[in-house]
Design a protein around this ligand. Structure first.
Ligand SMILES: [Zn+2]
Ligand SMILES: [Zn+2]
Length: 276
């Protein structure tokens, strides 16, 4: 089956893709299930209520939650015979924003939560603000320390999204996996122990990365440690990305020895054979 579990819409401040168009495009592409995972980035973005003076509902603000929930429920009903739609969010977490996510998680009935790290100390990666003045070693170590802290202190998530995201923004060369292996292993052990999983993010193809996201080395380590819970997500913000490269990626996962891919319902994983 094809289930895209990382999908952005116009409820994210970096996408104009209308939610109903996403649904119609997914049906046209033969995707059986999608989970909406629009952005919430506490610490650097206003929440939608505080941003009410901003004319567009999504401008530099987090998801308009009541409207988001209402529209997903309406679309679930309207398209129930054609596609399964799930309600998630992408939590762009930092150690000082944990409490805000904890509250948001309990406000609605989510199927699925992506735990992402997009910023540290309110400094963005994609603008290089965080990396500036740091060596590749400092950048990589600080990034994984943040993830480790989060998985130790926050449990209401489903999978770690794009676990080695930091390599996407590397300008000064990469820091070797072997040196990071101990901390990555620590993170993965907690993830597995807590019954959580990791995402395979197929945007690596669009970004022209040579490796998968996370890298084959991280995926192999996860497999060796006994990890079995994986989701596939395109991280789409526009039509051509939706559901992209899912089949190729499934073949690569099978070759690494993985057997299943997961969907979620009310935060509970459902395992499907990778060969289906
Ligand atoms: Zn992300
Ligand atoms: Zn995303």
């Amino acid at each position: 089956m094809i289930a895209d579990y990382h999908v952005h819409t116009e409820y994210s401040d970096d996408s104009d893709y209308k939610m109903e168009e996403v649904v119609q495009d997914a049906i046209a592409k033969g995707i059986q299930e999608i989970c909406f995972t629009d952005h919430v980035d506490y610490g650097i973005k206003k929440d939608w209520e505080e941003a009410s003076n901003i004319p567009l509902k999504r401008k530099t603000a987090n998801v308009n939650y009541p409207e988001y929930v209402r529209e997903i429920h309406a679309l679930q009903k309207k398209y129930q015979d054609q596609i399964t739609l799930k309600m998630g969010l992408e939590f762009g977490m930092q150690r000082h924003t944990i409490d805000q996510y904890e509250k948001l998680f309990h406000r609605y009935d989510f199927d699925f939560i992506l735990l992402s790290v997009h910023q540290i100390d309110n400094q963005e990666f994609w603008t290089q603000q965080f990396q500036q003045g740091k060596t590749p070693k400092e950048v990589a170590e600080r990034y994984y320390e943040e993830i480790l802290y989060l998985v130790q202190n926050y449990k209401n998530y489903s999978v770690l999204a794009h676990m080695d995201l930091i390599v996407r923004y590397e300008k000064q060369g990469s820091y070797p996996f072997e040196k990071l292996k101990p901390i990555i292993q620590k993170i993965l052990e907690i993830v597995i122990q807590d019954g959580k999983g990791i995402e395979v993010n197929t945007s690596c193809y669009a970004y022209g990365l040579k490796d998968l996201t996370p890298s084959a080395e991280i995926l192999k380590l996860y497999h060796d440690l006994g990890g079995t819970l994986l989701t596939l997500g395109s991280d789409s913000h526009q039509p051509e990305q939706l559901g992209a490269y899912m089949q190729e990626t499934k073949q690569k996962l099978l070759a690494m020895g993985f057997k299943h891919i997961c969907t979620f319902d009310k935060m509970k994983p459902i395992f499907h054979s990778l060969e289906d």
